[in-house]
Design a protein around this ligand. Sequence first.
Ligand code: HEC
Ligand code: HEC
Length: 469
Amino acid sequence: MNTANSSRMSVSAPGENTRRRSQENPGACIGAAVDAFRGAYVRRAQSVLRGALIALASLGLAGCGTHRTASSTTPVAPETVGALTADATELGATSFTTAARATTLGGPLGGLDAGSLARFEAGRDEFMDEDDVEEGLGPVFNEASCVTCHTGPVGGTNGRVETRFGRMVGGRFDPMESEGGSLLQDHAIGEIGAGAGVFTYAPESVPTEANVRAGRITTPLFGLGLVDAVPDGTFLTLARLEAFRTPWARGTPNMVTEVATGATRVGRFGWKAQVPTLQQFSGDAYVNEMGVTNPDFPNENCPQGDCTKLAFNPFPTLNNDGEAVEQFFDFMTLLGPPPRAEHSYHGQAGAQVFERIGCASCHTPSLVTGPSPVAALSHKVFFPFSDFLLHDMGALGDGIVQGQAGPRDMRTAPLWGLSSRSAYLHDGRAKSIQDAITAHGGQAAAARAGYYRLGPGSRAQLLAFLRSL
Ligand code: HEC
Ligand code: HEC
């Protein structure tokens, strides 16, 4: 297999690059990865014309041979075509890249060694552990353990919604930190102390001056170790490819500060891609969801923004030395991606509908990890169906500003594991996959229009495909 060109990471002129590969290296593919992953969704551009219909390797058959199936060189209008964003080769896959392996939903990545499995188990125990006031819970918090929200199964989501608020004045967003924003803590430890020192901590509420209020549903954590292992450069490449090939739906990286190092990194976790690493999310969630301070997040949340109330904090020193944070991180890093359902005939046809009406412009089928100390995460192709970039979603945006994510911007939600859920979109407003699609606006308006134009048969195929991810 000739892979001379296939490890290209940065693509300055995507069209040219594609053309070169198509001519010189038509057979290059990530066959090993694809063969290992039944139903893989890996395609490559067959056409060199910008905006042309892109070939779609048929699901379940994807492999070297099928990369050269259907193609068209007829340029078509953006509303009628889902142009390709990027294939795995452009995002770093080489002949050495293999597919990440799932086990069961909530189970570890496939192929872990005994040491990693032990870390997964220990991390899972800590993730399920309920903290109490003696361990640093509160004074204000949302729940006493990670699993209270991330369950069904452990690491998933039970649909728990939390609240963010703020104030938009003259186009400027104020997260209202002095009132406890933007994240509301809806629980508190209650009465504390004895004698002269009795104090009652109360849950926070949305201040009356807030004019933005948004629900945020708990996201499932399956497969996020893979997302963590994607190099920043890959997301930047993807953003460039989108700007070139699907400008109407181009995504933007949320460049944010990595707390541990001060470096500027590509945010990829959270509904607004506001957090760059799983390590950081572990410490961030520990303090913001549970009120447990830890080395990277040493400051307690001031209840309703009033820091004088911390005078009664029963555990004012650093609550956790960071060991629990490492264990959450281990669990989430090693938690496998959702296993995919068997592919029905309908589902395979649905993949082509997904591509044709523009869903794949943002919901990028495959990504590739870089090097990782965990072999099962190193140089793997995986199928999250997201570019993890921000898109202007119009009225669907939640009004909150986080990092470079503006009020209307949301991170493309990954579509893997959809069938294990029953509420969709950032605030859980959609109770069916169809409702989630028809709520898309802004940059996704053309894709939504494409969905409306589908006949009943194609709609059923698309939904079957989405449920198989
Ligand atoms: C009260 C419910 C709740 C608790 C408790 C909770 N989470 Fe979450 N989690 C959420 C919500 C809601 C989001 C989405 C947050 C957002 O984007 O604003 C989330 C998102 C995440 C993400 C990002 C996932 C993604 O798709 O990008 C990670 C990682 C995470 N939580 C880890 C943890 C860990 C670790 C703990 C325990 C220390 C924890 N969470 C406790 C509700 C919770
Ligand atoms: C312009 C980019 C873009 C396009 C095009 C797009 N989406 Fe989305 N999609 C998003 C974003 C961003 C979200 C998260 C929005 C939110 O929750 O506010 C999302 C969310 C979803 C969800 C809900 C996932 C969840 O976790 O709740 C589904 C289902 C979905 N999209 C399917 C589709 C389908 C099917 C198409 C094609 C008809 C499509 N999308 C086209 C950006 C896009």
